[in-house]
Design a protein around this ligand. Structure first.
Ligand code: THG
Length: 398
């Protein structure tokens, strides 16, 4: 079990502390606000979390379920500025980025977004960002919650590469949901419809160039505006608030609401969260990311280790678990998953009741002998009861 669930056992004891109500997080300069934080506060944000040392709204005084139905029918505006960009430019920019990931990038064209694993030298996942190619010598890495700025800088120094690395003045704003396309067409014109999934185009906003991609941390249709501040003309907060207000005003006729990545939608869609569902203790195969790991073509950090892992085989893999019992309200505790003869075979790292599937659903690394679809399992719920469960593939079946 030590190998299987390294790191997570220790976590289990501590997590109940995270649930303590009435204890406030002390805000300081290290917990960065975004150009949109004032806006989400005015709209009644009820909780924040911190990602990449920056505030991320977690709720708006509605239930996750109300928010889920709204997202699936209308349009929402999310402050996902915490998806920080690591900008890598210069003569060796491509060389450095290709060194960071097992996914081949040779054929990547300007205007494309690629989901890429980033590994350490042991083949462990240290991030799963979206990479944007802005030009042959200019890339943004749109990171999950770990410090890739430092990692990339260290590697560039170590290899003596000719690159510039910085965190630009960019704050992604997600417009998600089935009405997001019509909403953005009303502001930026018909060209919005031409953006294909995981591609971006450049649009004008008040005389500034803004990147808009068709992407987002949701399985509904949606866009991400990589809002960029231009100090030359405005303070980035003024321009950002202007953009927010423009979307909000036009959004009214599309029934817009403020939102944030939705846990039900994310789990149903099988979108994993770095630091929650997987960590550096996990390799990309365990995370079902084998399609982004190619060996023939280039050298990358973690390559040797990954080859070894591939040869020796896997002990566990990320799976969906559907389970009964009372509608599960997540509280930070990891629910044990057991075989029918009561051996621990996994722990649910993200779980919630799905009103569409009408069952509890969760994500869990599952040990080898049990990870097949339709495998019957048991899940230990918060009150210590064992309930019946089934292993599913990801995303959860429609
Ligand atoms: N958007 C942007 N940056 C991000 C996220 C995001 N950085 C952090 C985090 N989210 C990265 N994680 C993911 C995980 C999955 C997806 C996007 C970001 C995703 N995957 C598609 C899927 O699984 O269907 C397709 C991937 C592909 O085709 O390459 O959308 O949300 N800017």
């Amino acid at each position: 079990m030590g190998i299987l669930f390294g790191g997570q056992n220790k976590l289990m004891k501590k997590t109940s502390v995270h649930q303590s109500k009435n204890i406030k997080l002390n805000m300081s300069r290290r917990i960065r606000r975004t150009p949109f934080t004032d806006k989400v506060e005015k709209l009644g944000v009820s909780d924040f979390t911190v990602v990449n040392h920056m505030l991320l709204p977690k709720g708006f005084r509605k239930t996750v379920e109300q928010d889920y139905w709204h997202l699936s029918k209308h349009v929402q505006l999310w402050d996902v500025s915490c998806q920080r960009q690591v900008q890598i430019s210069g003569k060796d920019a491509f060389k450095l980025i290709q060194k960071l990931t097992p996914r081949p990038l040779k054929k990547m064209q300007t205007g494309k977004c690629f989901y890429i694993p980033i590994l350490n030298e042991k083949g462990g996942m240290i991030n799963d960002p979206v990479l944007l190619k802005l030009d042959d010598d200019m890339f943004w890495i749109s990171i999950a919650d770990s410090d890739i700025l430092l990692w990339a800088n260290g590697i560039a120094i170590g290899l003596g590469l000719d690159v510039k690395i910085k965190e630009p003045d960019v704050y992604p704003l997600a417009v998600q949901g089935p009405k997001s396309e019509d909403l953005l067409v009303s502001i930026f014109g018909e060209e919005i419809r031409k953006i294909k999934f995981f591609n971006f185009r450049i649009f004008d906003f008040m005389g500034t160039k803004q990147i808009i991609a068709r992407s987002g941390y949701s399985k509904q249709d949606g866009f991400e505006i990589y809002f960029k501040g231009f100090e030359k003309y405005f303070d980035s907060k003024d321009l950002g608030e202007n953009l927010w207000d423009t979307i909000w005003k036009v959004g009214k006729k599309f029934n817009i609401s403020p939102g944030c990545p939705n846990l039900i939608d994310r789990i149903e869609g099988g979108l994993m969260s770095y630091g929650n569902d997987f960590t550096k203790e996990n390799n990309p195969y365990e995370c079902n990311l084998e399609k982004y790991c190619k060996f023939d073509d280039h050298d990358f950090i973690g390559k040797k280790a990954l080859e070894k892992i591939k040869k020796s085989g896997l002990k566990q893999k990320m799976r969906g678990v559907m389970f009964g019992g009372k509608p599960y309200k997540p509280n930070g505790k990891l629910l044990p998953v057991l075989s029918l003869n009561k051996k621990i075979i996994g722990r649910i790292t993200s779980g919630i009741f799905s009103p569409r599937i009408k069952k509890n659903i969760g994500l869990s690394m599952i040990s080898k002998d049990y990870w097949k679809e339709n495998q019957k399992v048991l899940v230990e719920t918060l009150d210590g009861k064992l309930v019946k469960g089934t292993i599913t593939s990801l995303p959860f079946p429609k």
